[in-house]
Design a protein around this ligand. Structure first.
Ligand code: HEC
Ligand code: HEC
Ligand code: HEC
Ligand code: HEC
Ligand code: HEC
Length: 481
């Protein structure tokens, strides 16, 4: 061994002439080049940081989500990159230094030499440690990529609307993945593949703005909603109160109590009835959507417990001209399409403000000015933040005079703040998400745009015997006064 050591060339000049060194020494020498040294350094540093990050994460000492991104993505990537630099350094030097030195005889591992033994053991031990650390990283990274934080915040701009709307919904504690991604390997691969596409889209900016609804591949409702809510459970009625004002009278609301027949199994007759009849276990309602947004509905098929099927269609029957039609079995999401990503209706939000006194009813013309301020287009959320309160003040100055504004400045400002909050909860200019971008199907407020119950309950879809799907007001709720 000592003999070999003395053979070992010390400088590049000598290496060039030397052809007797072994491959192990070549590897060792390559490691000592700038690239090799950098690789070793990078690997060591990233490795240490990954291990520390992992420890912090597993013990709960580090809870910062961004630290998780660094621990599971950045450091391991650095580690792999560093490791790859070592063979690269070897390859780069090989031509220059060792072109003639490798022969089949000296590429051997000789266990009788302690140097070789040590080298091999070191290699195996380091590989094992790497393997263990990497398994941990992969395991933790898997869980991390399933977290709501990852879904909602990593692609921050893209998902900000959905994440914000989600956080204020009844489902803020239900994981994104429990509605969007099924369990099991097949879904995981599906989700991660489309995830990769989405990450690419997020990087090169090719994603759609706004992100289109409905989501094609939502998990079936039996696997999601029905884990927590089940159709059997619905019964009786639910009273919902609707409060509205007009620009002419922003002090006296019109209040309507709508008594909804939410239905379910009637304990007396043991049959399903009411609104949740569509999803009861013994009927199947299928429909053919004529467009991607499911706002235009062609034929509708109802399969009853007896096995009898009824089919409704529109008389002049232009079922899906040319284009492909999609049959879909009705489930929760066909009515509750916004159970989680809840956006407000502009007027409802303003009327709620007036009703809850967050908008001061005493300020003359406030309802109208609020509509103007919120309907105005701002180029960014930042700009809205700077302008909303100011523009309310100036609209009020035009309407009520500068003296009025000076006297009531605080009141107007605090109403302005409510408007700003409303704006920030609903509008994202960058994502082209604004008031009314995402509409709900669960009623008939947006019927003009093709949303809601009246897609089918239109008295126009009929069976061959002329039976239609009823729009009579007391079918779904008691007749409003
Ligand atoms: C309780 C179930 C549920 C949960 C939890 C949930 N979503 Fe959704 N999500 C839906 C449904 C249903 C739609 C389809 C909306 C439609 O068809 O109009 C949807 C639609 C979307 C869309 C398409 C754009 C849109 O608003 O329609 C995105 C993006 C999205 N969700 C992201 C997320 C993210 C990110 C999370 C977690 C922060 C999450 N979702 C949590 C049910 C859920
Ligand atoms: C992990 C359990 C869970 C899942 C999955 C779930 N929900 Fe919920 N849901 C809840 C809880 C908890 C509430 C809140 C009840 C309350 O506020 O009284 C709720 C409330 C609701 C409400 C009434 C409140 C509101 O926001 O209007 C509706 C409607 C609803 N969920 C529909 C759905 C639909 C549709 C799905 C599937 C896309 C779904 N849920 C999936 C647990 C769940
Ligand atoms: C035909 C449309 C329709 C379908 C399909 C539908 N719902 Fe509903 N659901 C409604 C309406 C309308 C209401 C009452 C209005 C409201 O609560 O916003 C309601 C109310 C609810 C509520 C609140 C009940 C309460 O007492 O507050 C829950 C939870 C719910 N639905 C869950 C589901 C689930 C889960 C499914 C699928 C198995 C489903 N719905 C299918 C229309 C529907
Ligand atoms: C995809 C088509 C479709 C949509 C959308 C739809 N319905 Fe229906 N609905 C039907 C059909 C079909 C029937 C059965 C008509 C019959 O047999 O007379 C029905 C029946 C009903 C019934 C009577 C159930 C009974 O037998 O007691 C109620 C109540 C009802 N729907 C409420 C709603 C409400 C509320 C919405 C919107 C939130 C809605 N429907 C949306 C197709 C639809
Ligand atoms: C197919 C079922 C269905 C039919 C038929 C129906 N409604 Fe409704 N209606 C609903 C549902 C569901 C809601 C609750 C919407 C919500 O929760 O936001 C509602 C809410 C309302 C509201 C309060 C919301 C608003 O827009 O101010 C009024 C008013 C109303 N309905 C009037 C009527 C009248 C009038 C008729 C008869 C022409 C009628 N409805 C027929 C399902 C129906």
């Amino acid at each position: 061994m000592s003999q070999k050591n003395s053979d070992m060339p010390e400088t590049q000049g000598e290496i060039g002439n030397n052809s007797g060194i072994t491959w192990q020494e070549q590897v060792g020498l390559s490691a000592k080049t700038p690239i090799g040294l950098f690789g070793i350094g990078l690997t060591t540093v990233c490795f240490t940081l990954t291990v520390l990050g992992l420890l912090g994460h597993v013990t709960g000492l580090i809870e910062n989500h961004y630290a998780a991104i660094v621990t599971f993505l950045v450091f391991p990537a650095g580690m792999i990159f560093g490791l790859l630099l070592i063979p690269l350094a070897y390859l780069m030097r090989r031509k220059k230094w060792f072109k003639h030195s490798l022969t089949s005889q000296n590429v051997t591992i000789d266990f009788s030499q302690s140097r070789h033994r040590k080298g091999v053991i070191l290699f195996l031990v380091l590989s094992l440690v790497n393997l263990v650390v990497f398994s941990f990283v992969i395991y933790e990274a898997y869980h991390f990529t399933e977290s709501d934080f990852f879904c909602g915040a990593v692609c921050h701009t893209v998902m900000d609307p959905e994440y914000t709307a989600y956080q204020r919904s009844s489902h803020a504690k239900v994981g994104c993945v429990s509605c969007h991604i099924g369990s099991g390997a097949e879904w995981y691969v599906k989700a991660k593949l489309s995830g990769l596409r989405q990450v690419k889209a997020a990087i090169d900016g090719s994603y759609s703005r706004p992100i289109p609804a409905p989501v094609e591949h939502l998990r079936p409702a039996q696997d999601t909603c029905e884990q927590c809510h089940w159709p059997e459970k619905f019964h009786g009625k639910k009273i919902k109160q609707f409060v509205s004002y007009t620009n002419d009278d922003q002090e006296n609301p019109e209040i309507q109590d709508i008594v909804l027949h939410i239905g379910g199994r009637n304990p007396l007759t043991d049959t399903f009835e009411g609104i949740h009849w569509h999803v009861s276990s013994d009927v199947k309602v299928e429909y053919e959507s004529l467009d991607e947004t499911r706002t235009s509905i062609g034929r509708i098929k109802v399969t009853k417990p007896s096995g009898v099927t009824e089919e409704y269609s529109i008389d002049n029957g232009d079922s899906a001209e040319g284009g492909e039609t999609q049959w879909r079995t009705m489930d929760c999401v066909d009515c509750h399409n916004r159970p989680t990503h809840v956006y407000d209706d502009l007027e409802e939000k303003i009327d709620f403000g007036l009703y809850s006194r967050k908008l001061d009813q005493q300020i003359p013309g406030l309802r109208e000015d609020s509509l103007t301020v919120l309907q105005k287009e701002y180029t960014s959320r930042q700009e809205a933040q700077e302008q909303i309160v100011e523009s309310l003040l100036s609209l009020q100055a035009e309407r009520n005079g500068a003296d009025y504004v000076a006297e009531n400045e605080q009141k107007i400002i605090s109403s302005g703040r409510y408007l700003l909050e409303a704006y920030l909860g609903n509008v994202w200019p960058k994502m082209k998400v604004t008031w009314g971008t995402y509409k709900g199907h669960n009623g008939h407020q947006n019927e003009d745009d093709g949303y809601g119950c009246f897609r089918c309950h239109d008295e126009e879809h009929s069976t061959e015997f002329g039976k239609t799907i009823s729009q009579s007001c007391d079918l779904c709720h008691e007749e409003p006064e």
